[in-house]
Design a protein around this ligand. Structure first.
Ligand code: 13P
Ligand code: SF4
Length: 356
């Protein structure tokens, strides 16, 4: 006997599937209102639903996974993402993935890291222009020049760096493990690239811990996080009693000192989820507030919305395009010798990251 649904005409079945998907998206994104000029009402979700349905179908057909950084638009994270999180978590997922294809909705250095760790997979990016002001601030040659000036230093690269820079480094770090890894290195002198502001935060944290190191850094900054000021924090605290201020270590040391908590985007989310407070000020890219509005709709966030122009180059349309007809520039390729050298610094990071 035919099932009731097979009695429906195909056009009706399609529109039923679209309605169900629109409903799923709408329920997930209902509370997101952090981005000026953007909201996810039912009509928006109905427009997005055919895209997410098709991308999810292609994932199964192609044996693909989609890794999404928390800063990309929420319809990507909650519509088609298989894994969502910070750079460390997504690197672990890339390392452990057995999928034939990895679509990285984030920025290019993250997709390169995925390719370094999962060379057997085809790794693609929705937009090759999704750079990063930190990763773009220094080349491998730039690191070699600094190494010549400080030959006794351990070279530590923040994961927001190119594969070339990682290949020149002794160990890679992320915002989640940087303090513990640098504190535990045997070398007294550390050459830290490419984030000057994170280097300032490492200096301050090691001083607090009583660890004696000399940190030399290159001169990159994140164009999103370098905008926040300690005066913003003071003004917000005056207006919102009981406010908790949560900052990323790419902010200045003055901002970090003024915050209640400093950590990776993953740690920032955990802190908010576990902390009772009337208001939160999130000193990071606005996408993280969007994730928190989805996952903790009862929490209240104050402050403006700062967007990373690189992360926001990702869209569902581009994810669909890269999965159907990728252009050569969207496929990550690396010289094998360079990949192996870069892999060593990331593997050392995994070894040195405290397990908890
Ligand atoms: P996280 O690894 O903390 O998510 O940071 C990545 C990033 O680019 C922050 O600007
Ligand atoms: Fe790079 Fe800053 Fe964008 Fe993060 S937020 S990807 S550090 S430019």
């Amino acid at each position: 006997m035919p099932t009731p649904s097979t009695k429906l005409p195909v056009s009706k079945l399609v529109s039923t599937a679209i309605d169900a998907e629109a409903d799923r998206l709408f329920r997930a994104l209902l509370h997101v209102d952090c981005e000026p000029g953007r909201q996810w009402n039912y009509e928006d979700c109905r427009r997005l639903a055919p895209l997410t349905l098709e991308i999810n179908r292609l994932k199964r057909e192609q044996d693909a996974v989609i890794l999404t950084h928390s800063y990309v638009e929420p319809e990507i994270i909650y519509g088609v993402g298989d894994f969502k999180g910070d750079s460390y978590f997504l690197s672990q997922q890339a390392r452990d993935s057995r999928a034939k294809k990895i679509v990285f909705a984030g920025v290019v250095f993250m997709a390169e890291t995925a390719k370094i760790l999962s060379p057997q997979a085809t790794v693609v990016v929705p937009d090759r222009g999704s750079g990063c002001s930190l990763a773009d601030s220094i080349t491998g040659e730039g690191v070699r020049r600094l190494k010549a000036l400080y030959p006794d230093a351990a070279v530590v690269c923040y994961i927001n760096s190119t594969a070339e820079v990682k290949a020149e480094s002794d160990v890679c770090v992320t915002s989640g493990n940087v303090y513990d890894i640098v504190a535990g290195l045997p070398e007294k002198r550390i050459l830290f690239v490419p984030d000057r502001l994170m280097a300032d935060n490492v200096r301050a944290e090691l001083k607090r811990r009583g660890v004696d190191k000399e940190i030399v850094s290159s001169d990159g900054t994140c164009i999103v996080h370098d905008q926040f000021t300690a005066a913003d924090v003071t003004a917000a605290r005056a207006r919102f009693p009981g406010l908790k201020v949560v900052a990323h270590p790419e902010c200045t040391a003055e901002v970090a000192a003024a915050a209640d908590f400093v950590g990776s985007t993953g740690a920032m989310m955990k802190y908010v989820k576990n902390t009772p407070a009337p208001y939160f000020l999130m000193l990071t890219e606005c996408g993280l507030v969007g994730r928190l509005q989805v996952e903790t709709p009862e929490k209240r966030f104050i402050g403006g919305c700062r967007l990373c122009p690189y992360m926001k180059l990702n869209s569902l349309e581009k994810v669909l395009q890269v999965m159907t007809a990728p252009r050569p520039d969207q496929i990550i390729t690396l010289d094998e010798n360079l990949r192996r050298r870069a892999a060593r610094s990331i593997e050392r990071m995994f070894e040195l990251t405290p397990k908890n």
